[in-house]
Design a protein around this ligand. Structure first.
Ligand code: FES
Length: 201
């Protein structure tokens, strides 16, 4: 039920969250509405994991889901997108994800993802400068804010830029890479946000 598309900001995040809540309510139609809905929302706010179906997310697309009151982006990266990662490395502040708090250990690699699923990028969509929600700008083409743009995320508030793995560029206000939350694959079509894979940290 999450929203699919490009250049979606906080407004669409709110829409997506509403849609997810609506689906949960419909699924429990036989149970009194208030009793079934409120505990679920409380659980979510307290940090309960969120299960997301990714089977309809096309290559190059992003969806936005809510977790702990935050927008979590899930991007299905193409090979062309992944190929840009080494190309921008020398323009980044922390290309090797050395700041440990910004991702689980399993994502401390070039793609900032599970190694066996590099196409799937899961990240909290909040700028590490002052908390705006950056735009998804996936096209590899010159942009007014960067003539050598290879695709990624651009924060319109104070012009911070991140590559398609959420790694922050040098010379922008944002100090750190975007945060990768814990997540794991339940099967080929579902991601559970908020839980590390077995044996991983
Ligand atoms: S909040 Fe994103 S650049 Fe300032």
């Amino acid at each position: 039920m999450a929203n699919v598309g490009v250049n979606q900001g906080r407004r669409r995040f709110l829409t997506a969250t509403t849609a997810v809540v609506g689906g949960a309510g419909a699924a429990t139609a036989l149970v009194p509405f208030i009793k079934s809905w409120l505990p679920s929302e409380r659980a979510k706010n307290a940090g309960a994991p969120v299960l997301q179906d990714i089977s309809k997310v096309q290559p190059g697309q992003r969806i936005i889901v809510g977790w702990r009151g935050q927008p979590v982006w899930i991007v299905n990266r193409t090979k062309a997108m992944l190929d840009t990662l080494p190309q921008v490395k020398n323009r980044l502040r922390d290309p090797d994800s050395k700041v440990a708090d910004q991702q689980p250990k399993f994502a401390q690699n070039e793609t900032r993802s599970l190694k066996d699923k590099p196409e799937w990028f899961v990240v909290i969509g909040i700028c590490t400068h002052l908390g705006c929600s950056p735009d998804f700008v996936p096209e590899i083409k010159a942009e007014p804010f960067d003539p050598e743009w290879k695709g990624g995320f651009f924060c319109p508030c104070h012009k911070s830029r991140y590559d398609i793995a959420g790694r922050v560029f040098q010379g922008v206000p944002a100090p750190m890479n975007l945060v990768v939350p814990p997540y794991k694959f339940v099967d080929d079509k579902h991601i559970l946000i908020g839980v590390n894979p077995e044996g991983a940290a």
